[in-house]
Design a protein around this ligand. Structure first.
Ligand code: HEC
Ligand SMILES: [Cu+2]
Length: 351
């Protein structure tokens, strides 16, 4: 019969395995299942360096065991001293040159890949997006397209998309683990890299630089769609006219009015606009998550509007608008959830 302890151990191992597996794949927040060019290159480097280090580890362990066995003190040989080799030129050269070669084997591809990924000399032939990091949200301005969005970044698969990273406040770090490596988002200088997704999917992005109390909640999504769907999305976004948009229920229309009365409009643009004190809400109804982290339900949206501080401590919306009751928030929510300019959404992505 198995002991209770044995059963607990099995359960624990199963739980850990389940957690690890859940971390891989499902939410696309892993560098170990690459779905983009940069992530694939990182993965190649991870495999190369792990192989080199494993080789070194094995050689060292084998030598260690050989020495232990061969030169242990044996009966009758207590005073035996093996041959001493200090100052042996050949040996010194061998164990200096081999590590240098191994370091070169790892360093050369790393440097080459790093420069390749940061090369923006051909950027003008591709899609360019100005990315602004803000405590604790992301803004995306599609250069020359008159499209502005926040939180959900739409890109076509199989194409290089150059992101030009700048921060509006402190230093952030732009990271989509399954698509590409990290790059700092600084307030004073623009950093550029390209991202390229190999297949359709919704990929989880994160801020990877501690930037304040809600740093760990500074999430965004990359929605990679086929080039055809992407073209459709661009067209839909450009054709959307916020001035002509009228919600189709009485409640939502009241919500639209409240959105102005409660000065939400002072920070949140709908349609392309230089206003970016808060996330652009043009395609808010299609968001994969609200405020980057909340499941997109009306209930969550009401909670957010009434008291955003509870969901994201230290966010820059709290306290900057007149008090909103739950009823009013419900009406605003009805309005915002109808902002769906495109039929291309995170749900239409083939998974
Ligand atoms: C002072 C500027 C400001 C005002 C006024 C303001 N907000 Fe915000 N809002 C923000 C900021 C900044 C964020 C991003 C917070 C974060 O994620 O850290 C935000 C986030 C949001 C989000 C989530 C957006 C997304 O892309 O998921 C919604 C919805 C929202 N606000 C609705 C409202 C409503 C409704 C009002 C009016 C009652 C309002 N806001 C007033 C600045 C403002
Ligand atoms: Cu950040």
């Amino acid at each position: 019969m198995r002991s209770a302890f044995g059963k607990m151990k099995t359960a624990f191992l199963l739980a850990v395995t389940a957690l690890i597996l859940a971390g891989c794949g499902k939410e696309n927040l892993t560098a170990l299942v690459p779905k983009g060019v940069g992530a694939q290159k990182s993965m190649d480097l991870i495999i190369l360096t792990t192989a080199v280090m494993t080789l070194v580890f094995l050689i060292v362990i084998i030598l260690f065991v050989v020495v232990l066995v061969r030169y242990r003190r044996k009966k009758g040989q207590e005073d035996y001293i093996p041959e001493q080799v200090e100052g042996n030129k050949t040996l010194e050269i061998v164990w200096t040159v081999i590590p240098i070669i191994l370091v070169l084997v790892m360093a050369v591809p790393t440097v080459v890949y790093t420069f390749e990924l940061a090369d923006d000399s051909k950027a003008k032939d591709h899609i360019n997006i100005d990315v602004k990091g803000n405590q604790y949200w992301w803004h995306f301005d599609y250069k020359g397209e008159k499209i502005q969005t926040s939180q959900d970044l739409y890109i076509p698969t199989g194409e290089k998309v150059y992101v030009h990273l700048l921060s509006n406040d402190v230093t952030h770090s732009f990271w989509i683990p399954s698509i590409s490596g990290k790059l700092d988002v600084n307030p004073e200088n623009e950093n550029t890299m390209y991202i390229e997704a190999n297949e359709e999917g919704v990929y989880w992005g994160k801020c990877a630089e501690f930037c304040g109390p809600s740093h760990s909640l500074m999430d965004f999504k990359v929605v990679a769609v086929s080039p055809d769907k992407y073209k459709q999305w661009v067209k839909d976004m450009q054709n959307f006219d916020p001035k002509k948009f009228k919600p189709d229920t009485q409640v939502a229309q009241e919500g639209q009015k409240l959105f102005e009365e409660k000065s939400c409009i002072a920070c949140h643009a709908i349609g392309p606009s230089p206003v970016a004190t808060g996330p652009n809400l043009t395609d808010f109804g299609n968001r994969e998550k609200y405020a980057g982290i909340l499941e997109p339900t009306k209930e969550n949206l009401v909670k957010w509007i009434v008291d955003p501080e509870k969901e994201k401590p230290g966010n820059k919306m709290t306290g900057k608008y007149p008090k909103v009751t739950e009823e009013e928030a419900g009406k605003i929510a009805e309005y915002l959830m109808q902002l769906k300019p495109s039929s291309v959404t995170p749900e239409t992505v083939s998974k």
